[in-house]
Every structure is written in structure tokens, then in C-alpha cells.
Design a protein around this ligand. Structure first.
Ligand SMILES: CC(C)=CCC/C(C)=C/CC/C(C)=C/CC/C(C)=C/COP(=O)(O)OP(=O)(O)O
Ligand SMILES: O=P(O)(O)OC[C@@H](O)CO
Ligand SMILES: [Mg+2]
Length: 241
């Protein structure tokens, strides 16, 4: 069976600690044409906030996955499609590579492993909360990022490589290098995608483009543009391939 994300060009990441634009609903977010929702954020996460967004989004016809940033933000609910759990390859503290995961397996007796998928994160914006939180070494050359991606797939068996520039638009050459370094693993890109062009540009290199802050700051019309950009990037042939 193919992976759930095999045909996803675009994901909206909803931060339960942030609000939607006034007058917009989760139904509107689900109607943008995005392929899936990931629910998660680094700071201010609680089980209660997570549960509220999960319950509000699972009613619609878009897959909904939790992306936990700590053990306490995982909730189990009917209608939820699953869990994308980060493993931060370049974290400064091994807690964010395997420690939190060990604690989760110890404390949560309801983990649905069939619906749980790790994401091998490479965190690259030193000014993001996620970089601070995980003490990530963001000072990496393009070939180091590519090597992390290769090791993640070939040695750690990871099926998703997540190039994370949360809050800022990243270097497309880095994303391309990571994508080129893997054989079958999917490349996710997130960070600063806020219009058709930025989604198109990263969508040329990454398999899936993730849009976070935009849904909270600008709203669903802006998100729709990024859906169009990410999808058009896939529908046009890439020169030389
Ligand atoms: C094992 C379990 C259940 C949890 C731990 C999972 C790990 C290792 C989390 C590390 C942090 C991480 C990669 C979180 C994913 C979500 C994410 C990157 C959100 C975006 O963060 P920012 O945009 O930096 O933060 P804010 O928007 O909250 O400021
Ligand atoms: O909020 P932005 O900058 O869109 O980043 C998306 C996502 O990669 C964050 O984890
Ligand atoms: Mg953010």
C-alpha cells in the first residue's frame, strides 16, 4: 500500500496556540484544496488546545494528522487519521532525537503504530522557536544537509525528510540537494511559503510543501494561492528529468 502522503503536494499546518483570521472557520481551511492538515506547534501547546482543533477539523473531508511537539500534546480521537512524529536529526539535545519518543512509548498505552509515521527533521532557521527548543545546529552546508537526508533514509529507514525553515523562506538549493540525496523517501518543505511563486518554487524540489503561519496571519485566500503553486509545480515537467 502506498504511503498516505504519496500524492500530497500541499499540507496546511495549524498551530492550536494561534487563531484563524477573523470570520474564517476550519471548514474554510479544509476547502482550500490542501491535501492534508497537520496540527502542531512548538510553543504554548496543551492537550486541551490540541483536542479542540482536532475535534473541529476531523468533521471535514481532509485527512487530519497530529504533529506533536511533546508527549503531552498527543490526543487520541475518532476521526483522526494519524500522527506525524518529528525526529530532529540536527538537534543539540538527543531528547529530540529519541528521548521524547522513549518517554511517549513509556507513558502512552494507546499508541496506534499503524497510523504513526516519523518525520526526519532538519531544522535550518536558527531564529525559529523550534531551533531554540531543540538546540538545533543550523549552521550546515548544503552538502551536510544532503548527507543528513541520505543517512536518514539509508541508515535510519526514514520515509519522510522534512526541511524545516519555519518562519522564513529557505534556500531552494538546499531543498533540491536534500531531494536529490534520497531515493524513495519523500521530501517535505516548510517555511515562509506565502504566495503562488514561493509555493511553486519549493514545489519544484520538494514532494510536499507545508504552509503554517500564513493560514493564521493572512487566511484562506492566500493559502489557496499556495495550493495552486504547489500543484502547478508538479504538473509541469522538470527540465533534464
Ligand atoms: C515523541 C513525541 C510525542 C514528541 C516529540 C516530537 C519532537 C522531537 C518535537 C521536536 C519539535 C518539533 C520538530 C515540533 C514540530 C512542530 C513544529 C516544527 C512547529 C513549528 O514551530 P515554530 O514555528 O518554530 O514554533 P511556533 O510557531 O510555535 O513559534
Ligand atoms: O509557518 P511557516 O513559516 O509557514 O512554516 C511551516 C512549517 O514548516 C512550520 O513547522
Ligand atoms: Mg510557526
Amino acid at each position: 500500500m502506498s504511503a498516505p502522503w504519496a500524492a500530497w503536494d500541499h499540507i496546511v499546518k495549524i498551530d492550536p496556540d494561534k487563531t484563524l483570521v477573523e470570520g474564517e472557520t476550519f471548514e474554510d481551511v479544509c476547502a482550500t484544496g490542501t491535501d492534508a492538515l497537520e496540527i502542531g506547534g512548538t510553543t504554548g501547546m496543551t492537550e486541551e488546545k490540541m483536542a479542540r482543533v482536532v475535534e473541529a477539523t476531523t468533521a471535514y473531508d481532509v485527512p487530519v494528522y497530529i504533529e506533536p511537539s511533546n508527549v503531552g500534546s498527543v490526543v487520541h480521537r475518532d476521526g483522526l487519521d494519524g500522527y506525524f512524529v518529528p525526529i530532529v536529526l540536527n538537534a543539540g539535545d538527543p531528547f529530540w532525537v529519541t528521548g521524547a519518543h522513549k518517554e511517549w512509548a513509556r507513558l502512552d498505552s494507546e499508541i496506534d503504530w499503524e497510523a504513526t509515521f516519523p518525520e526526519a527533521y532538519i531544522v535550518l532557521n536558527p531564529d525559529s522557536s523550534v531551533a531554540t527548543y531543540t538546540e538545533a545546529d543550523c549552521n550546515l552546508d548544503v552538502d551536510e544537509v544532503a548527507a543528513y537526508a541520505e543517512v536518514a533514509e539509508q541508515m535510519l529507514g526514514q520515509r519522510i525528510i522534512y526541511i524545516e525553515y519555519s518562519g522564513t523562506f529557505g534556500d531552494p538549493d538546499v531543498v533540491r540537494a536534500a531531494a536529490d540525496a534520497v531515493e524513495d523517501a519523500a521530501t517535505f518543505y516548510g517555511g515562509g511559503v506565502d504566495d503562488y511563486e514561493s509555493a511553486y518554487e519549493m514545489g519544484r524540489h520538494a514532494d510536499t510543501v507545508i504552509v503554517g503561519d500564513l493560514v493564521h496571519d493572512e487566511g484562506v485566500e492566500a493559502v489557496e494561492e499556495t495550493v495552486a503553486g504547489a500543484k502547478d509545480a508538479k504538473s509541469e515537467p522538470i527540465e533534464g528529468v
